[in-house]
Structures are given as C-alpha cells and as structure tokens.
Unconditional design. Structure first.
Length: 288
C-alpha cells in the first residue's frame, strides 16, 4: 500500500524506522528485529539507506522482510554520493521487489567531500524527479522543524522545502525534535507558505546518555529545559534514563495527538522493546 493512502483517512498513524546492518552476516538479526517490531502493528516501517549506497542491497532485503511481516515498507534512498546509473539501478530493484514507497534524501555530506565535475545529484529535489520518472512510486521527503543546518534562516529553509515539495513529494517526515512548540511553529510556517502535503512528526526516544550528542549533531535540535533536567537527573542511571526517555517520548506524542497531529514516526534505533513500550502507552489513544 502507498503511504499517501495510509495518511489520507485522517486516522492516527504511528510508524517505525529501522536501519540495516553494516555486515551481511548480521542481516538475520535485523530481520528478527523487524519481526518483533511488526507485532506492535505500526502503520508502516521505514528502513534507512547505507552510506554512499554501500548497503543498498541490505536495505531492499530489510524492506522485503517488513513486507513479509505484514507491514507496509518505506525504503530510504540517498543520492549525494551516487551516480544516476546507481540510483536508477536501486530504484528498479525496489520496483522489482514490489516496494512502492521511497523516502528521497540527499544524504549527509561526508567530511572534506568535494563534488566531482560529473556529479549528477546535488539536492534531494533532483532525486524526487528521478524517482517519479522511473515508476509509480509514493515519494516522501525530510524536513527540519529547527531549520536545516545548512540554511541561513527559517525563511530560506521553508522556501527550499516548498521547492522540493513542488517537485512531486507526497508527504514529509521531520527530523527529531524534543520541544513540541517548535513543531507547531514549523507546521504553521509550512501552511503559510502553501506546503499542503501531510507532515509526519519524527520522535526519537532518548533512552541512554550516549544518544544525546549524536542526536544534536544529526538534527541540530535543542533540548527544552524540562528534558535537560531529566538528562541531568537520570543520565547516569541507564535503567532510569531508559524509562524516563520512553515516558518523555510517549508524553510528547500524546501532546501532539491532542493538538491534532495524527501522524507520528518513531526513530526506534532498532529497539523493539522501546517501540513496544511506547505503543503500549498509546494503545487506547491510537484505537480511540
């Protein structure tokens, strides 16, 4: 099923993200993670794409496992360090495997990376057009509630996002954020600019202190004071931090839903127990 159809009925949706292993010998472990997460009945599951496409075959393998588990798969696809031929090959591979949802991403710029003269892709919007030209795909894109790290300001960021949406995106998924007011302001700015595709709110449960620095580096997000206090109090106690992180993420989702945000995406870090705990905490809310 296409994700655009899943999002169309205005019902609550909660989806999960998983990532493939870096080594093929660990592929069965990741498949087991997928099967365990599928028991929580997410609306769909996305699978990330290896750096420079190095594990693109792994991504397709996991997307197939998601489908076999009875859940709609969404395959990430990054283009920054890939040739046009490589991207076309991967897209055709996804098509042959019945994967009809793609999250089109530029990808992070590697340190000291210099664009070669023959570089075809520079931005995600170029990938959107290529994917759309190769088949009847539902294509999503990423967005930053706290401004893309490479944008000069919010106005420029929203303008670039509008240009990307106008290339044919069917939905957007946000990077993680920890202050819902940031998301509400972002969504209002999108509406003012005429960005009218569904926006899925991306939530990252912080369950250990080691995730904190990496989370900030990836998304440029800020922690609100109340979450800083949680980290300060429980960060040194792994069990307590895990429980507090799950509760904080669950409460964040409840607030979003209470304010009309029906579509949630959980960055699970391949932790079925964390995803399952959040879903349990939302059980009556989702079904209500």
């Amino acid at each position: 099923m296409k994700i655009s159809e899943i999002l169309k009925n205005n019902r609550v949706t909660v989806s999960f993200e998983v990532f493939p292993p870096k080594e093929w010998v660990k592929i069965e472990n990741t498949k087991a993670v997928v099967r365990e997460m599928a028991k929580s009945a997410p609306s769909f599951m996305s699978v990330t794409y290896g750096a420079a496409g190095t594990t693109s075959g792994f991504t397709t393998e996991i997307a197939n496992e998601i489908k076999t588990s009875g859940v709609t798969p969404l395959s990430h696809l990054t283009c920054l360090t890939s040739s046009k031929d490589k991207i076309e090959s991967v897209v055709n591979e996804l098509k042959e495997n019945g994967i009809e949802n793609i999250l089109a991403l530029r990808g992070d710029i590697p340190k000291d990376f210099i664009f070669p003269d023959e570089q075809h892709f520079h931005y995600a919007y170029e990938l959107v057009g290529t994917v759309k030209s190769l088949g009847d795909f539902c294509v999503g894109g990423a967005c930053y509630p706290e401004v893309h790290p490479e944008s000069a300001n919010r106005v420029e960021d929203i303008q670039h996002l509008k240009e990307k949406v106008d290339c044919g995106l069917d939905f957007l998924t946000t990077q993680m954020f920890f202050d819902n007011e940031v998301f509400y302001n972002f969504k209002e700015n999108c509406a003012i600019k005429g960005i009218d595709v569904p926006i899925i709110a991306g939530i990252m449960p912080i369950t250990n202190a080691g995730q904190i620095k990496r989370s900030v580096e990836l998304s440029g997000c800020r922690f609100p004071k109340k979450f800083e206090k949680i980290i300060e109090r429980f960060g040194g106690n792994p069990a307590a931090m895990k429980q507090a992180g799950i509760i904080y993420a669950t409460e964040q989702i409840i607030d979003l839903m209470a304010n009309g945000q029906n579509n949630i995406h959980i960055y699970t870090m391949n932790k079925p127990d964390v995803a399952g705990s959040i879903m349990k905490g939302l059980s009556e809310i989702i079904n209500g």
